[in-house]
Design a binder for this molecule. Structure first.
Ligand SMILES: [Zn+2]
Length: 404
């Protein structure tokens, strides 16, 4: 028995890694027993990043390991190797992507979780990897190994269905059924409550028809089957439920606290750069409330932020709150006798209470203004990272289920 991992097979010709992995599982010898397939998201700023940055793994129990290795070897040579070197055209982001460098690993024993934590929180190079029992290919071995090592302590589920080979253009998914499924207790992130639109179809060029996310395996399965059974949903070519680290928050470590020393708004792009004495952060327009709060900040505010530190050193904020705002405005003081706000008598003439006519010197008092949001803010559901854990799920989450 052992663990199989795969990553970086996204390509124009061969589709995405989830589909290649699905295909690989279908091709395994009939005498093996498989665990639950796992889809593992990794550090979004990785140097060798592919779209979505997801790697796959599965536990396989086999009586005949040499037969299993022969099957893996031939699948590698015939189905995966031809994908090598393709540059995936990204119609989502202009960011340059590395040419496909598929990697596959086999471990007799699950490697230590340390390599998963390293790969979900930072950059890992090939030489950092624990030695696999058997390995194939290039940089994809990094994600493949991390996916195998994932301890799956904090999981959600995703049922993925793929389009047929000749499908093109707009995806046809039964929106009415989806809106009903969205009401199910365990189904998460399937619709955008602000816009009333589905969030299960990938944007742009992908063989994935949809991915429906859930807190339980059973709900993911039933939701997927229900959607596929509808005549309003287009034909599909296979589906599978994956155990995932999505919404685990595993990519974040620790909170950043500081006092704002400078703010800079990029008016055209609406992002904000906030400097504090301890860290500097950037908040993008897509951040919704996070961005609105970041734009409200003034020098002197004490803030706390969570996010990923980009290799250039800046924190890409994902969650933000104000601990202690500086006063924003100044007003005339209240009358000490009757509590009415004093009024100016004119330049250099002091203040007078409009009720009791008491007079004082010409003074101002600081007035606090509440931040536009109390407590932590997060981006709207359609703008969050796959790994982002919703604030509504408390620190000790409701879904600490382990894959069965
Ligand atoms: Zn008064």
């Amino acid at each position: 028995m052992g663990w199989l991992g795969l990553d970086d097979t996204d390509s124009l010709r061969g589709g995405c890694t989830t589909q290649v992995f699905h295909d690989l599982i279908e091709h395994l010898p009939s005498n093996v027993e498989c665990g639950v397939p796992r889809l593992v998201r990794l550090w979004p700023f990785a140097k060798r990043r592919t779209r979505g940055n997801a790697a796959l793994s599965i536990e396989i129990i086999s009586d005949d390991e040499s037969e299993l290795m022969r099957v893996l070897e031939s699948f590698w040579n015939e189905r995966i190797l031809p994908l090598k070197g393709d540059v995936l055209e990204s119609d989502i982001s202009p960011r340059e992507q590395a040419p496909t460098s598929p990697g596959m690993v086999w471990f007799d024993q699950q490697p230590d979780a340390a390599i998963y934590w390293a790969a979900v929180r930072g950059n890992v190079d090939l030489e950092d990897l624990p030695e696999a029992t058997r390995s194939w290919g290039g940089y994809g071995r990094i994600g493949a190994t991390a996916a195998v090592a994932w301890p799956a302590e904090n999981v959600t589920w995703e049922a993925i269905a793929w389009r047929t080979y000749d499908a093109a253009g707009q995806r046809r998914i039964d929106e009415t059924t989806l809106s009903q499924i969205d009401e199910w207790e365990d189904i998460v992130f399937s619709r955008d409550p602000r816009r009333g639109t589905g969030l299960i179809a990938p944007r742009g060029h992908s063989p994935v028809l949809f991915g429906i996310r859930s807190l339980t395996k059973a709900s993911a399965e039933i939701a997927c089957q229900t959607l596929l059974a509808s005549e309003e949903t287009e034909q599909h070519d296979g589906w599978r439920v994956f155990c995932t680290n999505q919404a685990s928050g595993d990519h974040l470590q620790g909170n950043h606290r500081g006092q704002v020393t400078a703010t800079a708004l990029n008016a055209a792009r609406k992002h904000v750069v906030i400097s504090t004495e301890t860290f500097s952060m950037i908040s993008y327009a897509e951040g919704g409330e996070v961005n609105a709060l970041a734009r409200w900040l003034a020098v002197g505010d004490e803030i706390e932020a969570r996010g990923l530190v980009h290799p250039n050193g800046s924190l890409h904020v994902e969650q933000l709150r104000v601990l202690n705002p500086v006063p924003r405005k100044q007003r005339r003081p209240l009358c000490q006798t009757c509590g009415v706000r004093m009024k100016s008598m004119g330049s250099m003439q002091g203040l007078r209470c409009p009720t009791c006519k008491q007079r004082t010197d010409d003074t101002w008092v600081d007035v606090s203004e509440s931040p536009p949001f109390d407590g932590w803010t997060e981006p709207p559901v359609d703008a969050r990272r796959h790994l982002a854990r919703p604030l509504a799920w408390s620190e000790n989450s409701v879904n600490d289920k382990k894959p069965t």
